[in-house]
Design a protein around this ligand. Structure first.
Ligand code: SAH
Length: 485
């Protein structure tokens, strides 16, 4: 079939549709028909339990027996869903003779209509058809669309459907109406629905309807967590935000794999900071967010891991709030959670650790403010961010505080990324081990009994490296034999 099909959404409310067959496929088709308000009539020797239930509830009619062409009288469509080719062909032929549209399940040649793969968000439906020849492609695309359209679209369509008459009265001219819809969709309305701010969304709609002059579009900022690096760890909401962004202000920590997911024509600006070289200062980042949002842009402030874990996300929100810029926050998988998972280290464990603490130790001041006596207590896991520069200090203070020098640690460098390395050892030899392997940022230190489990539970990349005489930066898959300890 080389001619494309004619796409059609049918109003079947209260209308009889014949389904030939009573098995699992017939059940699926019947369920879809019931959702559209149709009156399914089934012909089959027997029914599945669910179909029997619907018949008992009076939602479907059932003729027990075999297909007869006369059963096509008075129906609007017919679906042949039997496993018997002869029956399916007979149904198709009888329908053709009566000028009725027929769908024969899994047989594009015999069908005169196809049931598309559908993404449903309330009244909004996106239907995909490959013409019947490649249904797997349609299903694949449906899965992709499922991830792009969150269910707030259903609410939005619901509002516009309810308000249809008022919109028509207000903008009788078709061109004006179209411009109104475009304005509305570019406004914060979709975002308000995503934030479940129903009342605000309706107010905004109301004022858009009342407004005679067009206002400049309102910009906003989404504070988005990009996760630790593996693009598969980006959330669907983060993906959506990156797809809608006009401007993306990202940290250096955000991986290229993740940045590749962003909308092609978004302007990407690196505002990265490293512990040593401050490339863009925090107040410059604030100024950039403000300038772009005030220019009506949708800004994504993209941060490694989670924006609220050692990411200065709080300060950025305070700034935005003080300047009246609307914002939303998309959490991300923070380095501790990701590094632990990708190294095979459960952060808590019934036998070893009943709590886990996220700590940062990036400079001497931050080391001084920590309560080392409580950090040195046993039965807990420490996840120490930005700690690679202060390892001597960390060791000294933990041992001073009473933590055993034999406590296992793991350093996870480039967690979840292709280049991931995991180093194992004990607190006693922590700085030496890190030095001998030339650990570089980004790296996370996990300290506690659970860290040793990486040796048996690792599953991603190379096995953990050990302290004694191990080569550094080896990407040779043989290197992990160092594990023998
Ligand atoms: N907001 C981020 C943390 C920013 S602080 C988050 O939630 O993950 C930067 C520190 O995070 C780095 O110094 C390092 O300790 C840690 N880090 C971030 N990504 C990492 C990764 N892929 N592997 C190891 N450590 C990482």
């Amino acid at each position: 079939m080389s001619t494309p099909l004619f796409p059609l959404f049918a109003d079947l409310r209260g209308r009889p549709v014949l389904v030939v067959g009573g098995g699992a496929v017939a059940e699926r088709k019947t369920e879809a028909l019931l959702r559209a308000g149709a009156r399914p009539r089934l012909v089959a020797p027997e029914l599945t339990t669910a179909l029997q239930g619907w018949r008992d509830d009076g939602r479907i009619d059932w003729t027990q027996g075999v297909f007869q062409p006369a059963q096509l009288d008075g129906v609007w469509l017919v679906i042949a869903a039997t496993a018997d080719g002869t029956v399916n062909r007979a149904v198709a032929a009888a329908a053709e003779a009566r000028c009725l549209l027929a769908n024969v399940v899994d047989d594009a040649e015999l069908s005169t209509f196809q049931v598309p793969a559908v993404v449903e968000r309330g009244l909004l439906q996106v239907a995909i058809s490959s013409g019947g020849g490649a249904p797997m492609v349609a299903r694949h695309l449906r899965r992709q669309l499922e991830t792009m359209l969150d269910d707030s679209w259903g609410d939005l369509v619901g509002l516009l459907t309810r308000q249809r008459d008022r919109i028509r009265q207000r903008f009788p001219d078709m061109g004006e109406r179209r411009r109104f819809f475009e304005r509305l969709l570019a406004s914060p309305l979709p975002r308000l629905y995503r934030q479940r701010l129903q009342a605000q969304a309706e107010n905004l709609f109301q004022s858009a309807l009342d407004e005679s002059v067009q206002r400049a579009p309102e910009g906003s900022v989404a504070l988005v967590g990009a996760g630790p690096g593996d693009a598969g760890l980006v959330t669907l909401n983060a993906l959506r935000a990156m797809n809608e962004a006009d401007v993306i202000l990202h940290d250096r920590l955000v991986s290229d794999d993740v940045l590749r997911l962003a909308r092609r024509d978004a302007t990407c600006i690196e505002v990265g900071k490293s512990a040593s070289g401050h490339s863009v200062k925090q107040d410059e980042i604030h100024a950039l967010m403000l300038a772009h949002a005030r220019a009506g842009k949708r800004v994504v402030r993209l941060k490694g891991g989670d924006p609220f874990v050692f990411g200065r996300g709080g300060e950025e929100l305070e700034f935005l709030r003080a300047h009246g810029i609307p914002y939303e926050v998309v959490p991300g998988i923070t380095a501790a959670v990701a590094c632990a998972a990708y190294a095979g280290i459960p952060l808590t464990h019934r036998d070893h650790a009943q709590s886990v603490r996220f700590v940062t130790a990036h400079c001497k001041d931050s080391l001084d403010t920590l309560d080392w006596a409580s950090l040195a207590q046993g039965q807990q896991t420490l996840a120490i961010y930005m700690g690679v520069a202060g390892l001597e200090n960390i060791r000294a203070r933990l041992i001073e505080g009473g933590r055993s020098p034999q406590t296992p640690f793991a350093i996870v460098e480039n967690g979840s990324r292709r280049e991931q390395r995991v180093l194992n050892g004990t607190l006693a030899d922590l700085p030496e081990t890190a030095r001998s392997h030339q650990v570089r940022s980004p790296a996370l230190l996990i300290l506690g009994e659970v860290a040793a489990l990486a040796q048996t539970l690792h599953w991603f990349g190379h096995a953990p490296l050990q302290p004694t005489g191990t080569p550094t930066h080896s990407r040779n898959p043989q290197a992990p034999t160092l594990q023998a300890a």
